[in-house]
Design a protein around this ligand. Structure first.
Ligand code: T4K
Length: 372
């Protein structure tokens, strides 16, 4: 069996020749950034592909999250999940907002709508759920709570590129949805991100915020930031987009193959996901339950010793990091489901181009503790 390293993900790279034409164009027209032609084209192409009306591109998902909070003037407290990448809560801290962590649903590992209301206080101004692993949150329940309490909803949709729900794109829900186009994501622009906006006016304001607050050459009327995506990133996105359907199809195959290979391994639970229609197969999380012969961390190490670099997304919980651990909502008794999942989860390698043999190699290691 091959011993080449297998990473949790590998960026999807279209043929280099397809990119060079775009590079020549950039060299020719000398527009490198600040809303150039490829930037405009990518915004339009992404709206078409994702089935949304307005997108503002960003240089990464974290700056996009920070800007989304600025755009809606969110203050005070925001209800969010501890079971996410640390950027979710960091975007709140960077805006001087206190994250209020609420536990997750045991089936989806997304924010549990049944637990949101008890965490609302007079200081609460918004809810920031995450479509974790690309599995849609319970958007209707969250919207209903938000309306009842007059709260904004900003979805961290970093994992949810192309994800659908019953009524079309999941990105249409909430006041704003924020995407990441980091190299490790389903669709990438090396680094990048975007805010999906409900109307042209909001997009216009967000475009101003991501360009230092400039209204025109000599007028700045808000304290903006530099969140702009460069032409080179936008051009790469345009090339990627041509291959995205094929890439998603390959991911789906990998997902189905794991589900079939893992189904009789005692103590390994595949997270259900959201079914064929609603998934982008961005991650393949398994939960290592008590019946499995070794612990999650022992399995993680065993895989590593065999050159397989699975990842414990999302361990530790955000609420365990030093800047969050003393918040009253961070007490483990408040986050029992999330704490349990963080101890058990392991994301297995999944990406277009992962070979069937590679998956068999991963699964052979998962089976090995039974033959001791
Ligand atoms: N919200 C959520 C829910 C998020 O998950 C994220 C990012 C954000 C917000 C913020 O969005 P951005 O500001 O990043 O746009 C990665 C990514 O850096 C991060 O984007 C992502 N979430 C997070 C879940 O994962 P690491 O530290 O695990 O990445 P790294 O460098 O260890 O890469 C993992 C594997 O991928 C490597 O073992 C090999 C492979 N890889 C990685 C890179 C960067 C490659 O083959 N090529 C590459 O260029 O954080």
């Amino acid at each position: 069996m091959s011993d080449k390293p297998i990473y949790v993900t590998q960026p999807f790279l279209p043929p280099l020749e397809e990119f060079t034409g775009y590079l020549e164009q950039i060299w020719k027209n000398k527009t490198l950034t600040n809303g150039g032609p490829f930037h405009q084209q990518l915004e339009k192409a992404l709206c078409d592909y994702l089935g949304v009306e307005h997108i503002a591109l960003f240089n990464n998902g974290t700056i996009a999250l920070i800007t989304a909070l600025q755009a809606l003037e969110i203050k005070g407290e925001v209800i969010t999940t501890p079971y996410s990448f640390v950027a979710t809560a960091h975007s709140l801290l960077w805006n001087g907002i206190e994250p209020i962590f609420v536990d997750v649903d045991p089936n989806t590992l997304n924010l549990d709508p049944l637990k949101i209301e008890a965490a609302i206080t007079p200081k609460t101004s918004a809810i920031m759920p995450v479509h974790c692993y690309g599995h849609p949150c319970d958007v209707d329940a969250i919207q209903e709570i938000a309306e009842r309490h007059n709260l904004k909803v900003i979805y961290d949709a970093a994992h949810a590129f192309g994800v659908q729900c019953d009524c079309g794109s999941v990105l249409k829900h909430g006041d704003l949805s924020v995407l990441s186009f980091h190299a490790t994501k389903v669709f990438n622009t090396f680094e990048g991100g975007a805010i999906v906006c409900p109307d042209a006016e909001t997009k216009h304001y967000i475009d101003q915020l991501k360009n230092f607050g400039f209204v025109d050459e000599v007028t700045v009327d808000i304290a903006g930031i530099n969140g702009k995506m460069s032409e080179i990133n936008a051009a790469f996105g345009l090339v990627q987009l041509k291959h995205i359907d094929a890439a998603l199809e390959e991911r789906k195959k990998v997902d189905l193959q794991y589900r079939s290979l893992l189904k009789d391994i005692k103590g390994i639970r595949c997270l259900e996901g959201s079914g064929e229609k609603f998934s982008n197969y961005s991650y393949f999380p398994i939960l290592v339950e008590e019946e499995y012969p070794i612990t999650r961390d022992e399995l993680y190490k065993k895989l590593k010793d065999n050159g397989i670099f699975a990842r414990r997304y999302f361990y530790p919980l955000i609420s365990e990091f030093p800047m969050y651990k003393d918040l009253h909502s961070s007490v483990p008794s408040n986050l029992l489901v999330a704490s349990d999942a963080a101890k058990k989860v392991l994301c297995l390698p999944i990406y277009p181009g992962l070979m069937s043999e590679d998956q068999e190699r991963v699964v052979a290691v998962l089976r090995s503790p039974f033959s001791r």
